[in-house]
Write a protein that binds this ligand. Structure first.
Ligand code: 13P
Length: 340
């Protein structure tokens, strides 16, 4: 492991206005996204959709890294340039989702644990050869008003995240560590804050025990937010304050950057929340984004699988990236959404 390389990759991904485009949907997930616009999920349609995004002019100003899926990492542009090469040539770090998905946690009804550790060392070596500079592993923490998650569910997921992160650093890849407390459910923001605190505390204890170097990783957490079905939705300012309070308590300042997931928030809300946090002044770590849906929903809506709409889809992506770039500096305003 060369910690200086890991540090410089991690810092470059979250430099200035930059964040991450999460384009690592598994084939099952991208099919769901394509279903919403009645596009068939063929290998070529998936390739073309990703190509449209990765060739959008100007995204390198605000996108420091793109997370790819196994199939995508091996795909090429029409001209035959491998996607990782295309991205790296634009100054964007290519990354790879390496977990194999969240499966039911045995004897723990309603909870999940992420699989994919077996053979991971060998897979990481191949991904690195294919051009990946960083990796991502997502743990899913189910939450309800009282019982979920269990302490063991959190521990099992934290342990898996730490084993993954250690293997990444050994292989020379920056691990993005993603413990996602879901937004589903009717719980209030206070419950989300308590569970997020427990999850982060457990994750950093395990990372430390596994000798992961915090300087060479990125954290991808949920924001602290009320469940989607909660009648009491918190204000933008309340979300920003609760999220930063929780992160400042449990995330070591040695971590170079926090790159939030969007988790089902609208594109506008995800940008607004990020902006409010950055408007609260400097934090120990860069406060940035690693959005999937909140960057891509407008792209899919503009594209509709129509070749003639490719330029409009690129514009939609560029707009979201630029607005999130402004949010990184606390300079975004909701009124910018409607501006031409
Ligand atoms: P969302 O921003 O759509 O939550 O996706 C980010 C991600 O990579 C989830 O693993």
């Amino acid at each position: 492991m060369n910690i200086d390389t890991l540090k410089s990759v991690a810092n470059a991904i979250v430099a200035q206005q930059k964040g991450v485009l999460a384009a690592d949907e598994s084939n099952a997930t991208i099919k769901k996204r394509f279903d919403t616009i009645q596009v068939e999920s063929t290998e070529e349609n998936r390739r073309r959709y990703r190509e449209i995004m990765f060739t959008a002019d100007g995204i390198e100003r605000t996108v420091g890294g793109v997370i790819l899926y196994d199939e995508t990492l091996r795909q090429r542009t029409r001209e035959g340039v491998p996607f990782p090469t295309l991205l790296a040539n634009r100054g964007i770090a290519p990354g790879i989702k390496v977990d194999l998905g969240a499966k039911a946690l045995a004897l723990h009804p309603g909870e999940k644990v992420t699989e994919g550790l077996d053979g991971l060392r060998e897979r990481l070596a191949e991904y690195r050869q294919l051009g990946a500079q960083f990796a991502k592993w997502r743990a899913v923490i189910e939450i309800d008003e009282h019982d979920l998650p269990s302490a063991f569910g959190i521990r099992a997921n934290a342990h898996a995240l730490a084993r993954y992160a250690a293997l990444c650093q050994e292989a020379g890849l920056v691990p993005i560590v993603e413990p996602e407390v879901l937004m589903d459910g009717a719980h209030g923001i206070e419950r989300c804050e308590a569970v997020t605190a427990q999850a982060l505390q457990a994750v950093f204890a395990e990372l430390d025990a596994h000798r992961v170097q915090f300087e060479g990783m990125l954290l991808k957490p949920n924001m602290v937010i009320a469940g989607k079905k909660c009648p009491r939705q918190a204000s933008v300012q309340d979300v920003a304050e609760a999220t930063l309070r929780c992160l400042r308590r449990y995330v070591p300042s040695a971590v170079p950057g926090i790159v939030f997931l969007s988790g089902g928030q609208s594109a506008e809300d995800a940008t607004d929340h990020l902006n409010a946090m950055n408007a609260m002044g400097p934090q120990p770590w860069a406060v940035s984004f690693s959005y999937g849906r909140a960057l891509q929903a407008p792209v899919l809506a503009a594209w509709q699988g129509q070749e003639g709409q490719a330029a409009a889809a690129q514009q939609a992506l560029l707009k979201r990236c630029e607005l999130n770039g402004l949010a990184r500096e606390g300079k975004y305003e909701r009124a910018m959404e409607t501006a031409a």
